[in-house]
Design a binder for this molecule. Structure first.
Ligand SMILES: *Cc1c(COP(=O)(O)O)cnc(C)c1O
Length: 393
């Protein structure tokens, strides 16, 4: 069988590692393998490489290098930020505010803390997935010890008004965390100007390696440790550093933030060509997320009368990688909690398709998808009794 062409439109799930990033990492798997905590010269070289990467991450966020801590990825950073601030402030209060559309790394951490005696408010969103600053301000009480709102949503791509929310948190002196895993490389970030106290990021979402991330913690903020052990990361995160991963993260964030607007223009043009093409060729669709305030590569669209799961299988057959907010794919009975929070009816959410574009994509990819998708949707609708009912009646 000839090599099948793969069209990768799932950049919000993960991205491939950039060539320059791989090249930067390679020596740290081999000859430059020293443990950064040791004192001989090859170890000092490793230490230097870790500190250089810390500088690259800090620069990308407008932070100081000593406010950056390396972790194993977005999930660990979210867990550390939330559990760490909650446990450090137990005497002050037990109330946490987050939203209904967070990633599970935030939601499940909050649910765990509820079992441990914390109280959590899950802010609603409007039909576009936007959190209201007024709702946040109303939810704050004397016992609120943490606010956590994601920068941009991984499913529907909605970009939240982070600077506005951060200003409210600051006014009430409540630490403000944002899961910025989807934002890096797509939105310019300045943690000082945006009043962000903690920020999570993950390298594999911006063309870096998997299993490495970082947490920004504003200087002076009280946060308990999550991982206990050795004295790495200035005694705040134990474990021998993921040396090559950290070097890769540094290089990846430098490249991803070098020309955000230029990159976005390219990706947005591809995305808009695809979206307009889908809307022109297929009837009974519903765009999920905000029309403008959304990640440049994100399309999340529901096709009425079909099942997202079947759609993914047919697309896979054509070599197209995508995802869905339909129930079965996530292994749960409920459709996506994000789509539900926007008020989308369950039956429409079942037919949702997420296509997330990125560096791997070309105009030819977009046109290929436009060539096959309408036929697949039509075929699936032909098999749907609901659709037949509609068209017949
Ligand atoms: C991918 C993702 C995470 C988890 O990051 P990992 O590095 O895979 O643990 C957390 N939050 C958001 C918004 C994500 O998209």
């Amino acid at each position: 069988m000839a090599d099948k062409r793969i069209i990768y439109m799932d950049h919000s799930a993960t991205t491939c590692v950039r060539k320059e990033v791989l090249e930067a990492m390679a020596p740290y798997h081999a000859e430059r393998f020293g443990n950064p905590s040791s004192i001989y010269s090859i170890a000092r070289e490793s230490k230097k490489a870790v500190e250089a990467a810390r500088g690259q991450v800090a620069k990308a966020l407008g932070a100081d290098p000593d406010e950056i801590y390396f972790t194993s990825g977005g999930s660990e950073s979210d867990n550390w930020a939330i559990k760490g601030v909650a446990l450090a402030n137990r005497q002050k209060g037990n109330h946490i505010i987050t939203t209904k559309i967070e990633h599970h790394a935030v939601l499940h951490t909050c649910q765990y803390l509820e079992k441990e005696g914390f109280r959590v408010t899950y802010l609603p969103v409007d039909r576009y997935g936007l959190v209201s600053p007024a709702d946040l301000e109303k939810a704050i009480t004397d016992t609120t010890i943490l606010i956590s709102v994601m920068y941009a949503n991984n499913e529907i791509g909605t970009i939240e008004p982070i600077a506005e929310l951060g200003a409210i948190a600051k006014k009430h002196k409540v630490p403000f965390h944002t899961d910025a895993v989807q934002a890096i490389g797509n939105i310019p970030i300045d943690v000082k100007a945006q009043d962000i106290d903690l920020l999570s990021l993950s390298a594999h979402k911006f063309y870096g390696p998997k299993g490495v991330g970082a947490l920004y913690i504003r200087k002076g903020l009280k946060v308990h440790n999550l991982i206990h052990g050795g004295g790495q990361e200035r005694r705040r995160r134990a474990g021998t550093e993921n040396l090559a991963g950290i070097v890769g993260l540094g290089k990846a964030i430098e490249l991803a933030t070098a020309d955000i607007e230029g990159h976005n223009q390219t990706i947005r043009a591809l995305r808009d060509r695809l979206l307009k093409g889908i809307q022109a060729r297929i009837s009974d669709t519903h765009l999920n997320g905000h029309p403008e305030k959304r990640l440049p590569g994100n399309i999340n669209i529901s096709f009425e009368f079909i099942e997202g799961e079947s759609l993914l299988l047919w697309l896979d057959d054509e070599g197209i990688c995508a995802s869905t907010g339909s129930a079965c794919s996530s292994g749960s009975l409920e459709p996506s909690h994000v789509l539900m929070a926007t008020g989308l009816p369950v039956e429409i959410s079942h037919g949702s398709l997420r296509l997330t574009l990125g560096d791997a994509n070309t105009v030819a990819d977009v046109d290929f998808v436009l060539g096959v998708l309408p036929g697949i949707v039509a075929k699936l609708r032909e098999m749907s009794p609901l659709y037949k009912g509609k068209k017949g009646g």
